[in-house]
Write a protein that binds this ligand. Sequence first.
Ligand code: CUA
Length: 348
Amino acid sequence: MRRSTPAVIAAALAVLALGAAPVALGQDPGSGGGLGPPESATPSGEAINQLYWFVFAVCAVVFVAVETALVLFIIRFRRRRSATEETEGPQIHGNTRLEIIWTLIPAVILVGIAVVVLARSSAVEATSGNRSNELVVEVQGHQFYWQYVYPEGQIAIDKLVLPVDRPVKLELVSYDVNHSWWVPELTGKRDAIPGRTNELRFTPTEEGVYEGRCAELCGVLHTVMPTTVEVVTQTEYESRLRLLTGQDEPGATQLALGRETWDRVCAKCHGLAGEGDLGPPVAQSGTLVDAEALTDLLENGQDLPANEGYMPPVGRGWPPFQVEALIAYIRSNERLAAPQPPAQEGEG
Ligand code: CUA
């Protein structure tokens, strides 16, 4: 036993040193030094960070107290040289006062943490304050992309633009399996679950570009389900919205929506030029320009036996103008479809 004492002390010191490493390396503790949450661009995210560091501080105090006591006890009560193998220490049975103390201390700590967390929960959920001019955006989780629908029906994929200093409410839905919307610099994550609508509120207070991703394993391409949130001025937000398609309108915005839909939905499996990747090659396929067949495939997917040719219902819930925009883009792209005579374009 005597030989193991220095080893235990060394191990305890190593654990302590590991805990202090980020600080010792000079990393900014405010950003967690890579171990904690990033600095937040919203008050609700800031509330989450404060709770994180509060709980971390309590745990750190407990950790240091327990480890210090452990090391001191190892040294203080180690086996003396004079002791023989048979010598036993004093045998103590029961100490009511001690047991009450070490039951009460953890209870007080846990109740304290609970009180602080509950008191801050409305700040985390961003339910307090004036939210009369709240911007409501529908967020659809799909295999494998995020579709954003703005209040007037404009559609964007994987990239959300928000005005700074305006409260936002995301309404999260899913058309296939569970996904989870997570942009760590804005606020906590929230699931998008089929059959229900989850809400996520926050107010971005700093302009910038924030990266996020799907945080719920949702299938084979879960890893290519990132998202970007760009926070801009109100004027910039309005001009960005005008670039998005919300109606059945031919022209530049329709082609832009079609292209975005191809690039961020279809191409993730079938390649940018339809050359095939995880999914089969589809370039020049008749289905691509057949509105009825394409709509059916997008809404219902395809599930051939033995998992050969499985395709999720990627376009479930799309408005008809999105399918039309997709077909318009496919027709405009010679690699995807044979050029069509102009008379057949711009239908509907
Ligand atoms: Cu969607 Cu993971």
